[in-house]
Structure formats: C-alpha cells, structure tokens
Design a protein around this ligand. Structure first.
Ligand SMILES: *Cc1c(COP(=O)(O)O)cnc(C)c1O
Length: 222
C-alpha cells in the first residue's frame, strides 16, 4: 500500500470527474479511515487529506483523540445510536446519518452548539437501508427545522452495493433533484446546499450528479 500514491490517484480522479461534469464548485473528499489505525490516518492527513470520516462512534473517538494535534474536519458518517449521542455529537463537524426524528431530538438535547447534519434518504428503497423515504420528508422536515441545534446542510444517500451504472445514475440524480427542491423552499435551519454521496466504487458517477462530499475508504487503502 502506497498511501501517498493512492491519495494522489484519488484526488486526480476526483478532479477529472469534476472537469468531465463541468463543475466549478467544491467537491470535498472525505477519507473514510475505518479500515486503518490512527497512525495511518495521520499519514494520510500529512499527505494532504483535509476531511476524515468514521462510521462508528468508538473508532471516531479513537481517531479524534489520537489526532487532536492535526487540523482536519471531522465527519461521523454512520448510523448513531441514541444512547451514544452524548459521547460524540459535540465533536463532529458534520453528521451524515440523521435517519430518524427520535435521533434528531436526542442530538438537539445533547448539543452545546448547532450541529451540521445531513438527512439520510433511502432513495433506493431497499429494506436494509436506513434513512427517510421520500414521502416521509415533508412531515419530518417540519419537525426537524423546529430544533434549534440542528442545521440541515444537505442530503446523504447510500447506493445499493451491486447497483448497475444506470441504477446509480438514477439514484444519484433523484437525490440531487430532491436536494434542489428542498433548497428552493428556503426553510430556516435548512440551507440544503450539500450532497453527501459516492464511495470508492461510484464516486465518479456521484460527482456527475452533484455530490459535494464524497466518502472514500477502500481506494485510499488498497
Ligand atoms: C465505509 C463507508 C464508506 C466508504 O466505503 P468504501 O467503499 O470503502 O469507499 C462510505 N460511507 C459509509 C457510510 C461507510 O460506512
């Protein structure tokens, strides 16, 4: 594993994908470090990575404390149990997996500042996937935007593991259009400017459809 080379390759491919999509806005690259320990994550930061993501609270806290001297933006990208909210929520810069109203109320209660949250949406409608279904969103947003410590910065989605290229295109485009619609409503506490989608196998397609944060693990560590 050549970390520096992998980092250069991922960053180059993201730049090409942006160019192909004729996008001039920012696409932030989150290195998902769940496969490696803090020292490897630290090397990646030294190589120029500015966003770190973890999907589990214990691993998030381990990296966060071990790498406290580094200047990075911290992302919690995986589902969060309500009983763990108080341990972690005030440390994260972005929480990507807001998937229920109960969780939102717990975050609102435990937060000591406004927390940037992505609403996780289940666009593919797989039973195994978490997140709000499209038809649940209007009701949910009414309640969520009344919570002063929650800021809805955007939508997050996960594509099915074995989706075809056509299916991926459709899922990412639907998520983009939904984000556009919500943004246009200009609701308080809901800027909806961001889109968290795309992993190692599908980030090029996600960028084509407007992703502003891609969550990449495997491609950094193979
Ligand atoms: C692991 C993980 C990723 C990264 O997946 P790779 O396929 O390794 O790039 C992205 N998002 C979430 C929520 C994850 O758990």
């Amino acid at each position: 594993m050549d970390l520096t080379l992998n980092k250069e390759t991922v960053f180059d491919k993201v730049a090409v994908a942006k160019q192909d999509a004729q996008r001039k806005d920012d696409v932030s690259i989150i290195a998902v470090t769940k496969y490696v320990d803090s020292s490897v994550a630290g090397q990646l930061i030294d190589a120029g990575v500015m966003h770190i993501g973890e999907n589990r609270v214990d691993k998030f806290l381990d990296k966060y404390h071990s790498l406290a001297d580094k200047s990075v933006t911290w992302h919690l990208i995986g589902s969060l149990q309500r009983r763990k909210v108080k341990d972690v929520i005030n440390l994260v810069d972005y929480f990507h997996a807001l998937d229920s109203l109960k969780l939102a109320h717990e975050i609102n209660k435990r937060a000591n500042h406004v927390i940037n949250c992505f609403l996780q949406v289940n666009i593919s409608r797989e039973a195994s996937k978490r997140g709000f279904k499209v038809e649940e969103l209007d009701e949910a947003i009414k309640e969520l935007t009344e919570l002063p410590n929650i800021r809805l910065v955007g939508l997050m989605t996960m594509a099915p593991a074995h989706a075809s290229e056509d299916e991926l295109e459709a899922i990412f485009e639907e998520t983009f259009q939904l984000r556009e619609l919500l943004k246009s409503k200009k609701i308080k506490n809901m800027p909806m400017t961001e889109l968290s989608m795309g992993m190692s196998s599908d980030y090029r397609i996600a960028i084509k459809h407007g992703a502003t944060f891609v969550r990449i693990g495997t491609a950094f560590f193979q």
